[in-house]
Design a protein around this ligand. Structure first.
Ligand code: 3HC
Length: 286
């Protein structure tokens, strides 16, 4: 089965990026979310990004139009009946994902591959609610999706070799680099990245230095494009905490305990850039 038409579920930061890179590579994309308002907003994000590419001379106006024409909006998942591939980038809650995959399994054609962009939930567990676990796989993109080259490809316990090879090939089609990993908590990228961020938060908590200085250490000393605290704000502190909790629960090792300061920030609603306040204060934040 050739993958030509796909559904992207979730028109947030990750879903819009995924829809954009897929449409840029010639795939027909149905961008789905719960309401028309959500999908319209998502399309606006893609439009602005493409417009920026046109201004910078990276795309022509015609290319922009063609890409936009390949994106169809939908707030009704039952329309996803004639596709070969679905990627879910909805909220990071196991119950929500299970519900979506159970429903998808009933409506999408036999043989279609179902992927999740989850950053930490077990692919094996998501696959278990379907009758096609061999066709369920993880495809973990990185933010900002149009820029970051990596896609972690996560094999659940039952994912077939054929599904894995097809998704590796799809990843190259959309000009990204696949890295295959097994279904362990945090997979590989977040298992390495997020404890580093947590450790940086411990440095603030214990008074080692300020956020700016800790970020400078990693930017100037290790050539990271963003410091760990700036990156935490960019990812969202709720997401960072939830990944630490998955690592802590999954491995049962105290080295993964979330920093109490991170827990407090999340309780306070200081979730980073999206709420206007995290380790830094952003426009509109207090
Ligand atoms: N969307 C799309 N493109 C973007 C973008 C965005 N949000 N932000 C920046 N870009 C692109 C722009 O095209 C820009 O080029 P242009 O100015 O010519 O148009 C180019 O990136 C460079 O951007 P800037 O000059 O504004 O800023 P930087 O040079 O600092 O780059 C960055 C921005 C690419 C975000 C860089 O800071 C970076 O790489 N940061 C680290 C990102 C990272 O680690 N991401 C992984 C997060 S972890 C994750 O996603 C996993 C999850 O499970 C938690």
């Amino acid at each position: 089965m050739n993958i030509e038409k796909v559904v992207v579920i979730g028109a947030g930061q990750m879903g819009t990026g995924i829809a954009q890179v897929m449409a840029q590579s010639g795939l027909h994309v149905i961008l789905n979310d719960l309401s028309d308002e959500h999908v319209q907003k998502g399309l606006g994000v893609i439009y602005n990004q493409l417009q920026r590419d046109v201004k910078k001379g990276r795309k022509t106006e015609e290319e922009k139009q063609e890409i936009l024409e390949r994106i169809q909006l939908s707030s009704n998942l039952s329309e996803a009946t004639d596709v070969q591939f679905v990627i879910e980038a909805a909220t990071e809650k196991l119950e929500v994902k299970k519900q979506i995959f159970k429903y998808l399994d009933e409506i999408v054609p036999n043989g279609a591959i179902l992927a999740s962009n989850t950053s930490s939930i077990s692919i094996t567990e998501i696959a278990a609610v379907t009758k096609r676990p061999e066709l369920v796989i993880g495809m973990h993109f990185f933010n900002p999706v149009p820029v970051m080259k990596l896609v972690e490809i996560i094999r659940g316990l039952a994912t077939s070799d054929k599904t894995y090879e097809m998704i590796k090939s799809l990843t190259r089609t959309i000009e990204k680099e696949p890295v295959g990993v097994k279904d362990f908590p945090g997979f590989a990228a977040n298992r390495i990245l997020v404890p580093m961020i947590n450790e940086a938060i411990f440095c603030i908590y214990e008074g080692v230095s300020t956020s700016e200085e800790i970020d400078n250490v990693m930017k100037l000393g290790m050539n990271h494009p963003m410091g760990p605290l700036q990156l935490a704000d960019f990812i969202g502190l709720d997401t960072v905490l939830s990944i630490m909790e998955v690592l802590h629960d999954g491995y049962g090792d105290p080295k993964y305990r979330p920093c109490p300061l991170l827990q407090q920030y999340v309780k306070a609603g200081w979730l980073g850039k999206k709420t206007g306040r995290g380790f830094y204060i952003y426009e509109g934040g207090k």
